[in-house]
Design a protein around this ligand. Structure first.
Ligand code: SF4
Length: 582
């Protein structure tokens, strides 16, 4: 591979195969950390490697839900190729250098989102320096950036299905059935200043039935990455296949709940209803956490949703009167209320900066989102991302302010627009999005208490349900309600003792727990609550002192890698950062 040749861009399948086939030694890696700091590679303090703290519970301080999610794409690839493969997740820069200087690899694959382009650029340089013979493959959302071939020194840029691509590149049959890796949905979960223990059964498993979404909203980069409108990549087409995967995860990871990492899980109706049949037949009291669009959700009866174990939904609301087909005719206010009354916790997602938003009407838009009182609310800036129809629209209209993604590290949807908004003056959006999060927190309080409130509602509604399978799920969901969760609400109520609105909301939830669980809860709440109040205060102090949260590094090998024999006399053991940003 020569550095003078531009990388080959391909979708799903390469035009060539690697000469070593399945004997090639593969390293798959995410970009290096630390992530929650400002540096010249594109890390940003405000853009940590935490989905919730980054864009959902951003202003909730010590109440914020903190957790990390693995790089599922490269885990799937590793599980589905025969070549000896090492997977490095969340390495530090030093750890990445150590990996490529002490071991020999024929192929090195890097997955990344667009804001991390600076890291990928640097990793490619390091690979050329330490492993000049290795083939460099780039995947993930970054692959959708049209100018990437000119920006980085790689050999292949892969858009779409990386499993199929890698199998083809290694000369392995691309159409073999997919093996699902055993993935826990999160690690390092922390809130109220306490890191939760990761005992078997406490964490959901991640299931990836399909990727992409055929609905094809104009801004949706995931949909665009896997083909756009009308397209998706289906790994498990039938309810039977999916049920087998879930049974394996249930047994191996000892889980009862599943995070269905599918952009629109319920859209595949036949598969979902067959899964329901099998859950009934085999008496499974599983909980399913799903992404869904409102209209798809409305096409199921409440009985079906409850029986299928739908207990948490992530739903795009986008904005009041937004014109997306997935919302047409849906009254999301009523829908959320209805779901919550059946114990379904909702993460609503709203966009700040839709075409119709102005400085004059943005407060109405924010108030409308807040009115939903969902358990969590994500706010994102309306941001064209390369590969989407929205990006094309702004390119065609010459309204992009950063068409070459030179400021990609700050274009993560939480800071600023990368285009000229028709009504919002440049820079005003930065405060608007914080205003939205703040309003939601001020009116609805900590998400952790909202989750407890709705879980309790579900428990009360279904604890006497005639079907034991359904009763078991709600009992399982409500475990800890009379002790730890009661204590959490007690601590939150004390925290907001001077805030009339939130104090009364916390009090209502606590009284509800007391009346449902009686003396046990009344005794446990203040005992545990006093402890949690102290951990809350300690967390607040930690945050004020600038504490940030970083994921641990994972290194998982399917075979022992070969030692790197090339003399590294020209290779410094450690590469200094390029510079330090603000
Ligand atoms: S419905 Fe959701 S996942 Fe599907 S295209 Fe629209 S935003 Fe993307």
């Amino acid at each position: 591979m020569t550095t003078a040749t531009l990388p080959q861009v391909s979708t799903h399948a390469p035009s060539i195969t690697h000469p070593l086939g399945s004997k090639a030694r593969v390293l798959l890696t995410g970009v290096f950390g630390p992530y929650a700091q400002n540096d010249a590679f594109g890390s940003r303090t405000m853009n940590p490697m935490e989905l919730y703290h980054n864009q959902v519970t951003r202003v909730q301080g010590p109440f914020s839900l903190r957790m990390f999610h693995r790089s599922w794409g490269i885990m799937l690839i590793q599980a589905n190729i025969a070549a000896p493969t090492t997977l490095l997740d969340f390495p530090t820069l030093d750890r990445f250098i150590q990996q490529i200087t002490e071991n020999h690899y024929d192929i090195i694959g890097i997955t990344s989102i667009i804001p991390n382009i600076g890291k990928v650029e640097h990793m490619c340089k390091l690979i050329r320096q330490h492993q000049p013979e290795a083939t460099i493959v780039i995947g993930g959302h970054l692959a959708n950036f049209g100018e990437l071939p000119e920006r980085i020194d790689a050999d292949h840029i892969v858009r779409g299905d990386g499993i199929r691509w890698f199998r083809s590149f290694l000369g392995e049959p691309a159409d073999q059935p997919i093996k699902h890796p055993r993935i826990l949905s999160a690690f390092g979960t922390r809130s109220l200043g306490v890191t939760l223990p990761e005992k078997p059964g406490d964490v959901a498993a991640t299931v990836i039935p399909s990727v992409g979404c055929p609905v094809g909203c104009n801004f949706c980069s995931t949909s665009a990455m896997f083909g756009g409108k009308g397209k998706s990549v289906i790994f498990f087409d039938s309810g039977d296949e999916l049920f087998d995967v879930m049974c394996d995860l249930e047994k191996s990871l000892q889980v009862q709940s599943f995070f269905m990492m599918d952009e629109n899980f319920l859209l595949h109706r036949k598969r979902a209803l067959r899964l329901l049949e099998l859950m009934r037949e085999h008496n499974k009291s599983w909980s399913l956490y799903v992404f869904t669009s409102a209209n798809v959700l409305r096409s199921y009866t409440t009985e079906q949703l409850v029986a299928l174990g739908i207990s948490w939904v992530w739903m795009g609301m986008e904005g009041k009167n937004s014109q997306y087909a997935k919302l047409s005719g849906a009254n999301t206010l009523e829908l959320v209320k209805h779901l919550q009354s059946h114990g379904v916790r909702v993460l609503g997602s709203s966009i700040i900066g839709l075409e119709e938003h102005t400085p004059e009407n943005i407060d109405d838009a924010i108030d409308y989102s807040v009115l939903h009182d969902t358990e969590f609310h994500q706010f994102m800036l309306y941001t064209p991302i390369p590969g989407t129809m929205l990006w094309k629209h702004h390119t065609d209209n010459d309204t992009l302010t950063d068409p070459h993604c030179l400021e990609a590290a700050d274009t993560h949807g939480q800071l600023k627009f990368n285009y000229k908004h028709p009504h919002i003056p440049a820079g005003a959006e930065t405060e608007m999005i914080v205003r939205a999060f703040t309003r939601d927190f001020q009116v609805n309080g900590p998400s952790v208490v909202r989750v407890i409130r709705t879980t309790l509602r579900g428990y009360k509604q279904y604890r006497n349900h005639p079907d034991a399978r359904i009763r078991r799920r709600f009992e399982y969901d409500a475990r800890g309600m009379a002790t730890t969760l009661a204590g959490a609400v007690w601590a939150c109520r004390k925290w907001f003792k001077n805030d009339t609105l939130l104090h009364s909301k916390m009090n209502a939830v606590l009284q509800d727990i007391y009346s449902t669980f009686g003396l046990k809860a009344r005794l446990a709440a203040p005992l545990i609550g006093r402890y949690l109040f102290r951990t809350l205060k300690a967390e607040r102090a930690r945050l004020a002192a600038g504490w940030t949260y970083e994921p641990k590094t994972f290194c998982e090998m399917t075979h022992q890698p070969a030692a790197h024999t090339r003399p590294a006399a020209d290779a410094p053991a450690r590469i200094a950062p390029l510079a330090t940003a603000s």
